[in-house]
Design a protein around this ligand. Structure first.
Ligand code: HEC
Ligand code: HEC
Length: 232
């Protein structure tokens, strides 16, 4: 290859990449309002963003990949944990993560602040981010749980107990933490009560210290309850 050819490859390659980059940037900016549902940016959502900043949640958490890498990404946390789940975690992190080696501080937010924060996290969870970074939140049954069952002969119910963090507080036939065994739960309660106990424990017993698990999809809840009811 002559120097001249190399020169033109360099010039044309750089020019076409630059043009493509500029086009995609402009195109992205044209779509931002639609992708982020800008019309749903209510005062409450804006107030929630200020709460997020006031308490420096970003020091530990990321949103859309930005922030601290100490704690989980919160882009889709609204879908994962649901409203009651988030409220419980923010109010009583020491209960929600009683068994975790990672710590989240209790920052004593007011109820109004938590409500705005939830509105903000709901809005963020609806941003169309092209499923990148990939998240399980929208799936009927989390991919990460399905992976545990693949080829390994693990029951899907058991895989969900593991994947959804139940086993950090519970024990099933010797697996998990010894605190609250789950083998007998299927005999003690009917399916409806079990669903309530898991979905929102405080609705059955207001002093329950188990965090609400309302980020579970219907299919996941159904699978776990069937598993607990089955004699295996
Ligand atoms: C000092 C670091 C720190 C700060 C500040 C912090 N968190 Fe956390 N948070 C954590 C850790 C660590 C976890 C994960 C605990 C675990 O799973 O073991 C967590 C988990 C969570 C979860 C559950 C995440 C999931 O994936 O299900 C929510 C919701 C949450 N935090 C909300 C907040 C909010 C809202 C704020 C600000 C008011 C905040 N956090 C501030 C450390 C922090
Ligand atoms: C942070 C700890 C924690 C996590 C995570 C947790 N639980 Fe619990 N769970 C408890 C505690 C503690 C109790 C005992 C009642 C109470 O104080 O809430 C309980 C009670 C229960 C019961 C009633 C058991 C009985 O015999 O009365 C069921 C069923 C249950 N949990 C299922 C689940 C499932 C399914 C998950 C995961 C999706 C889960 N739990 C996640 C702490 C937890």
């Amino acid at each position: 290859m002559s120097n001249r050819t190399a020169f033109w490859i360099f010039i044309l390659g750089t020019a076409s990449s630059a043009l493509l980059f500029i086009f995609l940037t402009v195109d992205m900016h044209r779509q931002v309002d639609a992708l982020t549902n800008a019309d749903k940016l209510t005062d409450d959502v804006v107030a929630g963003k200020k709460v997020w900043e006031k308490y420096n949640c970003n020091d530990c958490h990321t949103l859309l990949g930005f922030g601290g890498y100490y704690a989980p990404d919160m882009t889709k946390v609204y879908k994962r944990r649901g409203e009651d789940g988030i409220r419980f975690i923010v109010k009583e992190p020491e209960k929600a993560f009683a068994k975790s080696w990672r710590k989240m501080p209790k920052q004593n937010l007011s109820d109004a602040e938590i409500n705005s924060l939830i509105a903000f996290l709901k809005w963020v969870s609806e941003i169309n981010n092209g499923d990148w970074p990939p998240q399980d939140s929208d799936k009927r049954i989390a991919n990460s749980a399905l992976k545990l069952t693949a080829g390994a002969g693990v029951n899907l119910g058991m895989a969900l107990l593991q994947d959804k963090g139940c086993l950090s507080c519970h024990n099933y036939k010797g697996v998990g933490d010894e605190d609250v065994p789950l083998e007998k739960a299927g005999e003690k309660y009917d399916a409806e009560t079990l669903k309530k106990l898991i979905h929102n424990p405080q609705s059955v017993n207001k002093d329950a210290s188990m965090p609400p698990q309302d980020g579970l999809s219907d299919a996941e809840l159904e699978t776990i309850v069937n598993f607990l009811k089955s004699k295996n």
